[in-house]
Design a protein around this ligand. Sequence first.
Ligand code: NDP
Length: 391
Amino acid sequence: MSSVLVIGAGGVGNVVIRKCAAVPAVFERLCLASRTVSKCEQIAAALPRPIETAQVDADDPTQVAALIRRFKPDLVLNVALPYQDLPIMDACLETGVDYLDTANYEPRDEAKFEYKWQWAYHDRFRDKGIMALLGSGFDPGVTNIFCAYAQKHHFDEIHTVDIFDCNAGEHGHHFATNFNPEINIREITQRGKFWEEGQWKETDPLSVSRDIDFPEVGVRKAYLLYHEEEESLVKHIRGLRRIRFWMTFGQEYLTHLRVLQNVGMTNIEPVEFQGHQIIPLEFLKVLLPDPGSLGVNYHGKTCIGCDFEGIKDGKPKKLKIYNVCDHEQCFKEVQAQAVSYTTGVPAMIGAMMMVTGQWRGQGVFNVEQFDPDPFLEKLNEYGLPWHEVVA
Ligand code: NDP
C-alpha cells in the first residue's frame, strides 16, 4: 500500500488519478494537486473514493516540498508541464521522496527538450537513496519498454527502430492539440532529427514524410520528428544503427499550423501588447480547446508502436509491437480522449512498478532500464492491450 501525490490536473492527470483510484490495494492514499485547485476538486468529485486535493505552484520547489511534508507521499507523480520537472525533482530531493514523470524538462525560453538537465540529478538522487523514473507515458514510455522487450526476447542486436505514432481520431474542432497546446506546438515546429550510424542528423521541420500502413487504421502520411525517447534509447539498445520517430498529422491540422506560424502566433519570444509583455504561443493556448475537453465527441483510434529490424541467432529478423486505442472507449471509461489515456495509464503503471518494488533503483532512470515484462503484463490488464507481429 502506498501514498502518491499527483501534480497536474489536466487531461493526463485526470486519467492518472482515476486509474490509481481504481486500484486501492496499491494506491491507498492519493492527493491531486495543481495550479488551479478547482480542477482537482472537480476530478475528485467524480471518483468512487475520497482523495485529497491541494493547490500548488509547482514552479516553486518550496511550495512542492511543503506539500510533500504535509501529505507524506512515497512518490510524486508529475503530470504538470515539462517546465515543472526540475522544481519538482528539487522538492523530491529535499524531502527524500521518489519521482516519476512523462515528459522531459525543457526551458521555457528555448523549445529544446533534452535529458541532460534531468540526468544531471542522477548522483544526487543516488546519494539520497531515492529513485526518479523519467518518461513513463506512451511515447516516451511504452515505446521505450517495447524496445526493452524486443531486446530481451526477440533480438541479439537491434539495428533499426522506427517508432510510429498515429492518431486517426476526429474531434470535430478545426484545430486542437491532443495534449497541452503549448508543449505540443513547440515539439512539432522544432527541426526534425534522427540518429544514424553514430550521429544525429537534422531535417527541416515536417520536411520528411512517408505513408505508413498502421494496424487497424490503414495508410496514413507520417512525418519525421525528433522525439525525446530517441536520446535515451540510443544509449540503452545494443547494436543500434538507426532510430527514427514518425507521427501522423491531418492536412487540416498542418494548414492551420502553417498559418499560425506564418503570422507569428507560435513564437515563444515575448511581444509588447497594450503595455503587457505576452508570449504569442501562451496566448494561443488560451484560445485553443483544452485537451481534457476533447473527449466528448472524439471517435476513431490511435495506433502507437515500434518497427524493429535486427539479428537473432545470426539471422535477420523483423518485428512490430503496437497498441491500438479507441477514443470513444476511453471516454466511456474515464471521460478522456485516447492521447490522455495512453499517457495516463503507463504513468499509473510506472508508479505501480515503483511502489510495489518491482522496479527499484537509486538515481535517475529511463523506463527501458528495467525489466519490461511486469510492466507489459499490467498494460494488458489496465486497458492498453499490445500486440507483437514477427515478419
Ligand atoms: P494539460 O495542459 O491538460 O495539463 C497540465 C496541467 O498542469 C494543468 O492542470 C495545469 O494547471 C498544470 N500546471 C501547469 N503549470 C503548473 C504549475 N506551475 N503548478 C502546478 N500545476 C501546473 O496537459 P496534459 O495533461 O495534456 O499533459 C500533461 C503532461 O503530459 C505534459 O507534460 C505533456 O508533455 C505530457 N504528455 C506525455 C505524453 C507521453 O506519451 N509521454 C503524451 C502526452 C502528454 P492549470 O489547469 O492551472 O493550467
